[in-house]
Design a protein around this ligand. Sequence first.
Ligand code: SF4
Ligand SMILES: [Zn+2]
Length: 208
Amino acid sequence: MTHYTGAVPAAQRPTDWRLLGACAGLDPDRWFPRPGDTLAVQAAKSLCFGCPSMLRCASHALTRGEDWGVWGGLSEGQRHTIRKKYKARQLENPARLEAAVYEALHFELNPTETLRSVWDDNTHVLPGGHLGWQGASASFSFHGISITPKQLSFLLDRGRKATGHVRRSPECPVVECIHPRHLMDADERRQRVAAEREARAATELLAA
Ligand code: SF4
Ligand SMILES: [Zn+2]
């Protein structure tokens, strides 16, 4: 079964971007793979990534609410994420739309980027030995996995995935700080509470 709706790329009244598209004249079903067929999605995307109409195509799909298939190099899930993150009005702004598309495709278009290079490229030193993150501090997608700058900071420093929310320790007063030594995950907060309780109990025992 296919989800091809006949809308792209062989629409009834093709506009220039469709005629210029890398998929022009090819079997449209290739851009409407079966659900879960990730190889077919990747094959479609790889043609989109070299397509001169990529942004126009992505814009069309995002502003018209196309739910099925690969458009402008974006999978169904990626378009869903972009539409959740940005209001329709924002996506009508070409610059905002372009930024949203390249943000979503960043790691696919730059496959040699590693989490370490993302960290190095996006962090900057703040006064007092704190660390800041360039741009929006919300989560970003790395090869399909959503991660926040705080989670990344924790992962690279501790060598393990954080449990629960990663939060600033009470000693760090800088709201935007993501210095790994100023962050704690749920396990570390629990251990700290337990250690403080033990220390209090020991003090009370000695004072008795
Ligand atoms: S971006 Fe992809 S789906 Fe869109 S016109 Fe180009 S090749 Fe076709
Ligand atoms: Zn700090």
